[in-house]
Ligand binder design. Structure first.
Ligand code: NCD
Length: 317
């Protein structure tokens, strides 16, 4: 069984982003996650490494797969897991983020998993609490465990990340998934492209080490991986696209556009998917799609992250 490998100093207690992780840190987490995949496929899925530890999931934004997989990950490691539903919490009564965090901190958790709609909120909270903090998505900033699970999925199919051509397509502007993936894929030596209409590209995105394409046929040409992003309409104020129909026509992944990628290209999507908006159903359910596998890898990667952080926090005590 692979033991958690120590993370470099910068990443010791919290996982706030892919930024700050070394290629070695990333590879160590992926290697441990690989072993966790096997655990989840056994009939007996429970380890006892985190027996007696407490994990609190604090989600200020709605989530299905991320929250569920963090919960399962903690439970499969033997921890006690509590889900704080913000809808029924004092946040609705006006309590601040920090007061909520301090209240939970007083209950002596070992790890807090936090999703928040503001970029930087999770890092702020991490400064105030005594336990380890994992960023489960902060605004349009980072979503590190998503990038790790995407990398694990790619590595299992392609055997490596280095030198692969990865096209990240769609609403890059509002996407923390895109940001974390760009940082991780570059760190491991992939060639990263972004494909989007100008209105959905952050200015200066080239400085993150990506090549920008505004047409799917050009951006997908020769790609090993096609990663679609959800059109995040809840984050849009005003009109970023003329209409959903037009968006699908030019940027939605269908068979004709996918034909420009390599014949063995992987099709990915972090979910939740808008079928017929950014991806055609026949592609989402087709033979090149690894979308369900991404969900499975999500549990394994989160087990690896939680186990590594708590292992290291234990060393520090
Ligand atoms: C993503 C998120 O919340 O950032 N989803 C996820 O975590 N599986 C992407 C999205 O919401 O589009």
């Amino acid at each position: 069984m692979t033991a958690p490998a120590p993370l470099s100093h910068a990443a010791r207690r919290h996982l706030l982003g892919i930024q700050g992780l070394s290629p070695q840190d990333i590879t160590a987490l992926l290697d441990l996650a690989e072993a966790e995949v096997a655990v989840s496929r056994q009939t007996e899925k429970k380890k006892s490494v985190l027996k007696g530890r407490t994990q609190i999931n604090l989600f200020f934004e709605s989530s299905t797969r991320t929250q569920a997989s963090f919960e399962l990950a903690g439970k499969r490691l033997g921890a006690d897991v509590m889900n704080m539903s913000v809808a029924s919490s004092s946040v609705k009564k006006g309590e601040t983020l920090i007061d909520t965090a301090m209240t939970l901190n007083a209950m002596q958790p070992d790890i807090l998993v936090v999703r928040h709609h503001s970029a930087g909120a999770v890092a702020l909270l991490a400064q105030k609490v005594a336990c380890s903090v994992v960023n489960a998505g902060d605004g349009a900033h980072e979503h590190p465990t998503q990038a790790l699970l995407d990398a694990l999925t790619i590595r299992r199919h392609k055997g490596r990340i280095a030198r692969l051509v990865v096209a990240i397509c769609g609403d890059v502007l509002h996407s923390r998934v895109a940001r974390s993936n760009i940082i991780l894929l570059n760190a491991l030596g992939a060639e990263v492209r972004v494909v989007a209409p100008s209105t959905l590209l952050p200015s200066g995105i080239e400085q993150m080490g990506v090549t920008v394409f505004r047409r799917m046929d050009e951006g997908l040409k020769g790609a090993d991986v096609v990663m679609m992003l959800r059109l995040q309409r809840e984050r849009m104020e005003g009109a970023f696209i003329p209409s959903v129909r037009e968006y699908f026509r030019y940027f939605g992944l269908d068979a004709a556009k996918l034909a420009h990628a390599k014949p063995d290209a992987l099709v990915m999507h972090p979910g939740p998917m808008n079928r017929g908006v950014e991806i055609a159903s026949e592609i989402a359910d087709g033979p090149m799609s690894v979308i369900e596998e991404q969900v499975e890898m999500g549990v394994a990667v989160r087990m690896a992250v939680i186990e590594t952080l708590l292992d290291m926090a234990g060393d520090d005590r």
